[in-house]
Design a protein around this ligand. Structure first.
Ligand code: ZN
Length: 257
């Protein structure tokens, strides 16, 4: 069965900025889904902030193996209950790919537990993306580095926890560097943060970027869901693996049946 990827798009700047609308007539989410669909192992669909429950109903998440998240202008408009729902899905094993300014999304910050701040400049600089982990599945088929002629600069320090793996490091024309491809695991869920993707530039029309996105969906996929991770049950004395005798003071009281 193919991997079911859901692309979540904020869909705000596409409606308000003519450069963004020209770059992405189908919406950024539509173009990202088109890139994913080049892989026969992926079935991609899209939802947006404006949909009921931001498109992230329980049913839609039941049908999602990997969720991709692009947001920028409206992070605060994402309802906390939906954020919590997505986070719990990740903990249970759903894959999550966070793109570009999604670093400041409620979902990503909640999963990182840090401000996820960085410094930035919107000056159409060349970005050189170095593959620093060539054996990693997300780097499959890529050259030692690739370039995006115009991108927004994101500079270190990027206040996220130390990643599980660093796949890409970016250099910018103005001299800054940035860890632009990072993996995490939270609960049973695989998470990948990928930096490029500023909306006024045609980044999601780049062949290499498409390759990274398809690779990352394949990497993040996990068919298993671990609902038990959402519970914290008590194992009573009589159910202990080895026989034990209860002793000492305790907080809990179980009436004798
Ligand atoms: Zn940006």
């Amino acid at each position: 069965m193919p991997i079911r990827a859901t692309v979540w798009g904020e869909n705000v700047h596409e409606q308000k900025n003519k450069f963004v609308a020209e770059n992405y007539p189908k919406g950024m989410h539509g173009q990202i889904a088109a890139l994913l669909s080049e892989d026969k192992n992926i079935v991609a669909s899209t939802v947006t902030l404006q949909d009921v429950e931001h498109g992230l109903t329980e049913k839609k998440l039941d049908e999602t193996d990997v969720l991709l998240w692009w947001g920028h202008a409206a992070h605060k408009d994402v309802e906390d209950a939906i954020v919590e729902r997505v986070v719990e899905r990740v903990w249970q094993g759903m894959g999550l790919i966070v793109l570009h300014s999604g670093h400041h999304s409620k979902v990503f910050k909640r999963l990182m537990g840090t401000p996820a701040n960085l410094h930035w400049r919107e000056a159409g600089e060349r970005e050189r993306i170095w593959v620093v982990n060539p054996g990693h599945p997300i780097a499959k088929g890529l050259p030692p580095y690739f370039e995006l002629e115009t991108e927004e600069m994101y500079g270190e320090p990027f206040s996220v926890p130390e990643p599980l793996e660093t796949v890409f490091v970016s250099w910018f024309q103005g001299g800054e560097v940035f860890r632009s491809g990072l993996t995490y695991r939270r609960g049973a869920g695989n998470i990948f943060y990928f930096r490029p993707g500023h909306e006024t530039y045609p980044t999601y029309h780049d062949k290499m970027v498409g390759q990274v996105l398809r690779n990352s969906v394949n990497w993040a996929f996990n068919a298993e869901r671990h609902a038990h991770l959402m519970k914290a049950p008590n194992t009573p004395v009589e159910k202990a693996i080895e026989p034990i005798v209860e002793r000492g003071a305790k907080l809990t009281h179980h009436p004798k049946s």
